[in-house]
Design a protein around this ligand. Structure first.
Ligand code: SF4
Ligand code: SF4
Length: 95
């Protein structure tokens, strides 16, 4: 039988957080509302990263700073990040 996906011990660290469904489908196509972060007010507390059920939010280095990035290929638009952000800097915007 042809092996299309890697076994768990062949995956890179962090890779196992993606579910099988997500590896096959870009679940972002399910979204009707899109979370948009106001980076000027984001405190980089990482709370949204912890709460995102996908998980499709990560920190990305940007020059000497870092920024919270949402991977829209996989974000389903559930709105949990916007609800849990302690400073309310994530808006859910209709696609
Ligand atoms: S929870 Fe809100 S303030 Fe914290 S990192 Fe995410 S967007 Fe920024
Ligand atoms: S809307 Fe849901 S899936 Fe998308 S980034 Fe926020 S918590 Fe994650």
């Amino acid at each position: 039988m042809k092996k299309e996906l890697p076994y768990w011990d062949e995956m890179e660290q962090g890779f196992v957080t993606r579910t099988l469904t997500e590896m096959i489908n870009k679940t972002g196509t399910w979204r009707t509302f899109k979370p948009v972060i106001d980076h000027s007010r984001c405190t980089k507390c990482r709370w949204c990263i912890i709460y995102c059920p996908e998980p499709c939010i990560h920190m990305e280095a940007s020059n000497s700073d870092e920024k919270v990035i949402i991977d829209y290929d996989f974000c389903k638009g559930c709105g949990i990040c916007a609800e849990e952000c302690p400073v309310k800097v994530i808006d859910m915007v209709e696609e």
